[in-house]
Design a protein around this ligand. Structure first.
Ligand code: AHG
Ligand code: MN
Ligand code: MN
Length: 324
C-alpha cells in the first residue's frame, strides 16, 4: 500500500508514530527549515552510512592489532568506518572539529562552525556474529567540546545496520526515522514524531556482571522478572535503544560498578547523542541521578552510567539503584 503525501498531515498515525512515505531525507530537512550547514553534515552521515553498510557486507571483521584510546582492540571495520565518516565530514567544508571513539584526541578539520562527535561503528564486536550494529553522532555549533554538555547539541542521530539500514534523527524538533532505499541510493522518511510512552515492560539490562557487586542492580533485575517484563538485549546500544524508540517503550541500563565506577559507555560519542534522541521522543536519560544532557564534558573520554527509555521506567530504576 503506497502513501503519496504532499504534506505530512496525511501521514497514517500508528500507535506511537506517524507513517510517512515517498518523502526524501532532503525534502524532510527542507520542510523542517534546517540550516544549510547542518543539512550538509546530516547528508554526510547518510552517505557514510551507505558506504559502511556496504563495508559490513564485504570486509572481514578482523582485528588491526591496535587499541583505541580506551584500550579496546580496534577492528579493521572500526578504523575503516572512522575513515569513511571523516572523509564524508571533510567534504562538507563546514566541520571545524571532530571527536571520534576511534581517535586518540579531537581533530581540527578547519574553521567550519560545527563540531561533530561520533562513534563510527558501535557494537563492532557483534559484526562477526551477524548482529545489528550502528553509528552514533552528535552535532554542536561550536569550536570546542570541553565545557559543553549534551544540551548544547543542535542535532543527533544514529544509524542502524540491520535487515534495513535506518537513520534515527533529531534536529530538536522531535525524532524521525529514515530508511535507506538501495535501489534509489537514497534515504526516505519512514516514520516521524516518534514518541516513547511513560511506561513499558521491556528491558535491556547491560553490564549484568555488575550484579556481582551491586545488590541494588540484582533487586532491579528481580523486579523486572517478577513483573514479567520482556527481555530485549542484543549487546548493541544502538539497536537496543532504537528498539525502545520504535516500540515506544522500555528501558536500557548500563550501570557502573566497583571495577568501572562510571560504567563503559562514553558521554560524548555515545550517551549524549542517544540521550538527545530519547528526550526528543519524550523519554528520559540519566546517570541514575542527573540528566545525561546536563553532565559537563570535562574530558573527551569521560564515561557515564546510563539509564534511558520510558520516563517512569527510568524513575523506577533510579529508586532501586542507590549509586550511579
Ligand atoms: P563499542 O563497540 O563502540 O566499543 O561499544 C559497544 C557498547 C554498546 O554498544 C553496548 O551496549 C556495550 O558496549 C556492551 O558492553 P559489554 O560488552 O560490556 O556488555
Ligand atoms: Mn561505542
Ligand atoms: Mn565503536
Amino acid at each position: 500500500m503506497e502513501f503519496f503525501l504532499n504534506d505530512f498531515s496525511k501521514g497514517i498515525f500508528i500507535e506511537n508514530y506517524r507513517f510517512v512515505s515517498m518523502v526524501t531525507l532532503s525534502e524532510y530537512l527542507r520542510q523542517c527549515a534546517v540550516e544549510e550547514g547542518l543539512q550538509k553534515i546530516i547528508f554526510a552521515f547518510a552517505s557514510a552510512a551507505s558506504e559502511i553498510a556496504d563495508a559490513l557486507q564485504r570486509v572481514d571483521a578482523g582485528f588491526t592489532g591496535e587499541k583505541n584510546v580506551y584500550g579496546e582492540e580496534q577492528l579493521a571495520l572500526d578504523v575503516l568506518s572512522d575513515r569513511i565518516v571523516q572523509k564524508a565530514l571533510q567534504s562538507t567544508g563546514v566541520v571545524g572539529l571532530i571527536a571520534s571513539e576511534e581517535l586518540p584526541d579531537q581533530v581540527q578539520f578547519g574553521n567550519g562552525p560545527y563540531a561533530v562527535a561520533y562513534d563510527p561503528l558501535d557494537g563492532s564486536s557483534l559484526v562477526d556474529v551477524n548482529l545489528s550494529v550502528g553509528t552514533i553522532f552528535g552535532i554542536y555549533k561550536s569550536d570546542h567540546f570541553i565545557g559543553l554538555c549534551g544540551d548544547d547539541q543542535i542535532a543527533s542521530g544514529c544509524i542502524v545496520y540491520g535487515p534495513k539500514t535506518t537513520l534515527l534523527l533529531t534536529v530538536k524538533a522531535g525524532v524521525c526515522e529514515c530508511a535507506y532505499d538501495r535501489k534509489n541510493k537514497n534515504f526516505f522518511l519512514s516514520k516521524e514524531r516518534l514518541f516513547i510512552k511513560e511506561t513499558g515492560k521491556m528491558f535491556a539490562p547491560g553490564n549484568l556482571r555488575a550484579t556481582k557487586f551491586r545488590e541494588d542492580y540484582v533487586e532491579l533485575m528481580e523486579y523486572w522478572m517478577r513483573e514479567q517484563y520482556t527481555l530485549r538485549y542484543s549487546g548493541g546500544m544502538v539497536p537496543d535503544i532504537n528498539q525502545i524508540i520504535l516500540k515506544g517503550k522500555g528501558i536500557f541500563t548500563y550501570p557502573g560498578y566497583i571495577e568501572a565506577p562510571h560504567g563503559k559507555l562514553r558521554l560524548l560519542v555515545e550517551c549524549n547523542p542517544m540521550a538527545l534522541l530519547v528526550e526528543q521522543a519524550q523519554g528520559k536519560a540519566t546517570d541514575g541521578v542527573r540528566r545525561i544532557l546536563e553532565k559537563k564534558i570535562t574530558e573527551l573520554t569521560l564515561r557515564t552510567p546510563i539509564y534511558i527509555g520510558s520516563k517512569s521506567e527510568v524513575e523506577n530504576a533510579e529508586n532501586f539503584l542507590h549509586s550511579a
